[in-house]
Design a protein around this ligand. Structure first.
Ligand code: SAJ
Length: 418
């Protein structure tokens, strides 16, 4: 059954994943209704606007809305298929908070009809897709759920984890391979019909728990490898060796590909997802846990280094370049750059800290109560500073001339000013 979905589709969650997914389906002729609990997001999307920065998304959203293919609402409508793309944050003990997923499932339940498809895209711990069937089943005893592999179920429930890289979402959404894990084989096949509408990559069918785990493993793999690079960076610093030179040389080996050290690991995915594996198997995941601890320790290490450099001055000014969690996005969630600024500001309360970021135009809430932190334009900040700390390799920062840094202490955590 290789047909592409051709019906009415509701996407719950109009965020970094839900909105781009809505747009690629809508521009290929599917009638899409975007659902969000935040009225400001619903209003923005209804006007054809995007509430966050992502290359090429804005033009696609305005086009899809103008064509009448994409609408936004706060009420879950009746549809032939539903995609759940809501956040799965973690609780204080690092277990997953599934309350948004459960709420979405419970909003879908009263609307469900025989033959409908429900796809979970949110990154979730193993077993979540099966729980969706239980939550819906509890509210709809009239419908036969596909849990326990029931082959003759009335509705089809699957997990299709998103895998797109922020900053390249509109490209990767189309070109990446997709993993579709069903509670039954038919669930996977029916869910795959949605991705067949736009995916140019291969669609790989599997069971729901394998799909859930594969997604977590992808991000844990990256976390462990970044932790390796970060640990090398600290070791090299202690031994007075240039880590960038070491990595460049080692990577010339045909089977070595070390990632890039930085000020820590941020964003909503990589620092979160490994914990879903650790909390599912706490006693047999020491490596994944150690990687998390290494990456979480890096902002402290960098702040300590900056504080040590500041001792050389009587009354230094420090410029911190970059606040987002990585280059060329406006996302500050779990940003290690912000944590570094917080730590420096608290360690050196008498010192002026000038922060700048071309993607951030107001002081983030997490820095607002630090009296010695001020938002500044990049050139003013660099010119006034005695110590310049590069935290995010945004394009404009790469172009800062070495002459501008002359006579200052430059601390480049991303290896771009070498
Ligand atoms: N980072 C480093 N060194 C590196 C690479 C990254 O320090 O060599 C840092 C970044 O600066 C950033 C963090 O790691 O703070 C994460 O950035 P990223 O670009 O590696 O990943 P994300 O979080 O933007 O997106 C990831 C992607 N996962 C993988 O590449 C395996 C993306 O494909 C997923 O869809 C996304 O997580 C997600 O939503 O799970």
């Amino acid at each position: 059954m290789n047909t592409a979905f051709n019906g009415r589709l509701a996407i719950l969650g109009m965020g970094y994943i839900g909105l781009p997914t809505a747009v690629v389906l809508a521009t290929r002729g599917v009638e899409v209704i975007g659902v969000d609990i935040n009225p400001r997001i619903v209003e923005a999307v209804s006007r054809g606007e995007v509430p966050f920065v992502e290359p090429d998304l804005a033009i696609a959203v305005s086009g899809a809305v103008a064509m009448g293919r994409l609408k936004a609402t706060s009420e879950t409508p009746e549809a032939d298929a539903y995609i759940i793309a809501v956040p799965t944050p973690f609780n204080g003990d690092h277990t997953a908070d599934l309350s948004y997923v459960q709420a979405a499932a419970e909003q879908i339940a009263p609307r469900l009809r025989q033959g409908n498809i429900v796809v979970l895209e949110s990154t979730s711990p193993p077993g979540t897709t099966a729980r969706i069937a239980e939550w819906i089943g509890a509210l709809r005893p009239d419908l036969k759920m596909p849990h326990d592999g029931e082959p003759n179920a009335d509705v089809f429930i699957a997990h299709c984890p998103e895998r797109v890289l922020p900053g390249r979402i509109m490209i990767e959404m189309i070109t990446n391979d997709r993993v579709v894990g069903g509670l039954t084989r038919r669930c996977a096949e029916r869910a795959a019909s949605i991705y067949r509408v736009f995916a140019q990559g291969e669609i790989l069918l599997t069971d729901a728990a394998s799909a859930e785990m594969a997604k977590l493993v992808e991000n844990a793999y990256r976390d462990v490898n970044i932790a390796f690079a970060n640990e090398l960076s600290m070791i090299s610093e202690a031994l007075h060796i240039d880590v960038w030179e070491v990595i460049k040389l080692a990577n010339r080996h045909p089977r070595v590909n070390i990632l890039t050290p930085g000020p820590g690991v941020g964003g909503h995915c990589i620092p979160v997802d490994p914990w879903f594996i650790i909390s599912a198997a706490p006693h047999i995941s020491p490596l994944i846990r150690a990687a998390r601890n290494v990456n979480d320790s890096i902002p402290h290490h960098i702040a300590d280094q900056v504080a040590a450099k500041a001792q050389r001055f009587r009354s230094p000014t420090i410029a911190c370049l970059g606040l987002t969690y990585k280059a060329n996005v406006d996302d500050i969630r779990e940003s290690p750059a912000i944590e570094v600024v917080q730590l420096i500001a608290k360690a050196l309360p008498e010192v002026d800290i000038l922060v700048c970021d071309p993607f951030v135009d107001t002081v983030p809430k997490t820095l607002a109560d630090l009296a010695n932190v001020k938002l500044e334009g990049v050139h003013q900040a660099v010119d006034r500073a005695d110590i310049v700390v590069l935290l995010v390799e945004h394009e404009p920062f790469k172009a800062i001339r070495h002459t501008r840094l002359g006579g200052k202490v430059a601390y480049d955590t991303r290896g771009v000013w070498r």
